[in-house]
Design a protein around this ligand. Structure first.
Ligand code: CA
Length: 384
């Protein structure tokens, strides 16, 4: 890899083999702009890229056009950014458009079209199943035949840093009040760039998915338990979902792909049973500064490509800005549980007002180090 001239960036988690995208604002500017992080600095991309095809995508200051432009232009932009950030001759023109990340605010990085949340960890689904159905099979009958999911609420997906208000709802028959069982769920989200009118095969993940974000799928367990049968999660989930401000492009994760677990029984052909591939992403769940657990995304049963193939397999169209998340990332070990429901065996303690949850993610980089994916932070506000 060619070394960058950006001070402090070479060998860091934000070297030029990463280059995550965000939508930025700052107190001294009255606009938004597309930013790329390099080292501890954020680059105003539109200010430095001078290119007939790329510049029009960037001038809107919104990620939508870039997302829908597709893999060829995504790759061209990445190549151009690497050139600008590594060629010393470019430094005089580029450096004035870099500023410390502390000086910018990250907005929601893209307009979320639809939001689908899966349930792809066997360890999570088994533990939750055993808690909710102690006398039955921990996994529902369809679980190993298809990636189970539900449609979430796109309009309440919020950027990392946005405070989350404790929801109020039905905790049981005739019992209305603030949730007593507020929980976090550490997940990984996939951002759809290119839409589709037809089912998307497993082999087409890279043609449609632009990148990944960290996701905290906040959950009110008492509301969820009472409302969820038979149609699935509703108000126990829809009050807020936090995502990271930075999107790590899929192109930065080339070194992170790993073989998935054996799938038995083999799923149907449209779910490509021969090639399930996961991502070697390590997660850290932090509550009020203390690490609660370290789940690994590599242990997920269903792959991102299988989730994408499944959610379009019935003919449902795919749109730019669709977000699909993995479901809680939990591994086999006790210290790899990705939510309080599992960490406390359903007993609590749950999240208190004022608690701060931070999710951190790392993955191997193509340069040999480790990328730090965008973190997801949120603080609990008291109920209204
Ligand atoms: Ca979830």
């Amino acid at each position: 890899m060619v070394e960058t001239w950006v001070p402090g960036a070479a060998g860091s988690s934000y070297d030029v083999d990463h280059l995550p995208y965000g939508e930025a604002s700052a107190p001294d500017r009255d606009d938004w702009w597309i930013a790329v992080r390099v080292g501890d600095l954020a680059l105003d991309v539109a200010a430095v890229v001078d290119h007939a095809m790329l510049s029009p995508l960037l001038r809107t200051a919104r990620m939508h056009l870039l997302l829908r432009s597709g893999p060829r232009l995504w790759a061209q932009l990445r190549t151009e950014l690497v050139r600008l950030l590594t060629d010393p001759a470019c430094r005089p023109e580029v450096e004035p458009h870099l500023r410390p990340v502390e000086e910018i605010e990250l907005e929601l990085p893209f307009a979320v079209a639809d939001y689908v949340d899966f349930y792809a960890s066997e360890h999570h689904a088994s533990r939750v199943g055993a808690l909710f159905r102690p006398d039955g099979d921990p996994l529902p009958p369809a679980w190993k035949h298809l990636p189970i999911g539900y449609h979430g609420r796109a309009g309440t997906v919020v950027a990392s840093g946005t405070p989350v208000r404790r929801p109020t709802g039905q905790r049981g028959p005739g019992d209305v009040g603030p949730t007593r069982r507020l929980d976090l769920e550490a997940e990984l989200g996939f951002v759809v760039g290119v839409g589709a009118e037809e089912p998307v095969g497993c082999e087409a993940l890279h043609r449609h998915v632009f990148g990944v974000v960290g996701v905290n799928d906040w959950s009110a367990r008492d509301l969820q338990a009472w409302e969820t049968r038979p149609l699935g999660p509703f108000l126990g989930k829809s009050f807020a979902t936090s995502i990271s401000g930075w999107i790590t492009p899929l192109a930065a994760l080339d070194a992170a792909w790993v073989e998935g677990p054996d799938q038995d029984p083999p799923p149907p052909a449209y779910l490509c049973p021969e090639t399930p591939r996961g991502l070697d992403v390590d997660v850290e769940v932090v509550l009020n500064g203390r690490v609660l657990s370290r789940p690994s995304y590599a242990s997920m049963y269903w792959s991102p490509a299988q989730m994408l193939a499944h959610m379009t397999s019935n003919g449902a169209t795919l749109r730019t800005g669709d977000l699909f998340a993995s479901g809680t990332i939990s591994g086999p070990r006790d210290d790899q549980r990705g939510c309080l429901l599992e960490l406390t065996d359903g007993e609590g303690p749950w999240l208190a007002d004022g608690d701060e949850v931070v999710l951190r993610y790392t993955a191997p980089s193509t340069g040999g180090g480790r990328l730090a994916l965008g973190e997801v932070a949120g603080t609990v506000l008291p109920a209204r």
